[in-house]
Design a protein. Sequence first.
Length: 427
Amino acid sequence: MLFIVLVLLAATRAESQFLMDMIDTSKDVGKSLFSMYKSYNHIRISGYIQPQFQLAATKGQSSYDGGDFPAHVNNRFSLRRGRLRFDYARYNKDNHPVLQFVFQFDGTERGVFIRDFWGRVFESRWQLFSFTAGMFARPFGYELNLGSPDRESPERGRMSQILMKTERDLGAMVSFEPRRADNALRHFKLDLGIFNGPGLAATSDYDSYKDIIARASLKPVHIGNRFIISGGLSYLNGGFLQNTRYIYRTAATGGIKTYVLDSSLGNIDTKAPRKYSGADVQIKFKHNAGFTELRAEYWFGTQTAVAATTETPASLLNEPSYTRKFNGAFFYLLHNIFNTRHQLGVKYDWYDPNTGVTGKDIGKQGTNLNSTDIKYNTLGFGYNYYINENLRLLLWYEILTNEKTGLTAYQSDLKDNLLTCRLQFRF
């Protein structure tokens, strides 16, 4: 039976029909095989691996490109990602989707982790709505939802890695997305979801507060024969339980910008805020060699975390919380040369975790600001060679700069540039 099932999964349409004619559906075994064939005919298996070599400017360098380097290491081979994904789709008699199920996991030398585990139900009467539940990517921004095998740079920007660690969370979402070709709103999509908040950084939710995330987007629209434009607006309103009475906020005291402590007993059991807003646009221009594309995305808002990091806490805090205003952006310029197989790229992003201060304020006498408040800029440029539909070569160099401060370790720019050479195998 197993052999016959494997043959059915691998066969072409004509060969499959020939084998189906051989199945005796009058017997239980035949009925079972026929049922399995119909089910597996809607299954898609895909995956990719990303082996890479990296050369850092300094041994033990901190990095958002695959994790920090060990203390005595400035170069390394690693398997950045190894993904295997299973998709199942079910259609009605009119060939409209009614259900989708996805399971994806990531396996590297660091272990095996679940990345996607969700189901989606499609409303088929008006072909307007769908409902998704499980573990899936948060519907915020463009770069955050651009899949790793499709992204032209090695990693997402520093800001999205910190504020939206692992990109995914447990929750439910309703989407408005017209699927009829004649619908006047077919280029628009609206997602509205509710999520636990901590994301995959936490093993479970630790309070009753939830993140509400909304995104309104314009799907790619052709303007004339050469231009394609798309974009979106995103909003997140969330937070977590304030477990202590101690909250630090940035303020000016005696002409010095510093953290001011609020230790009111009324702070306990309130909501520590996390509020993000974002806007993005993508413009593509078609030419003889392929495309030139410009992407721009900007985020701003309020983030509550701790003194040592602005990452959303993975567990309930038993230490003072720090509420900061932030902003950041991602910019891409991509250009095909010769043909669509060769692509040059430039990416610039910044993340300012505390817009209430500058580098000159950090480290001043009488202030308690620290290295977590430092703004970082990253300029990356590189080359993608799409050897064929299953293989891509990526060469990328990043120049990182940090604000100069009065802190001993940050009085000048750190030596933390990074070269990444990656092969991506995909099927």
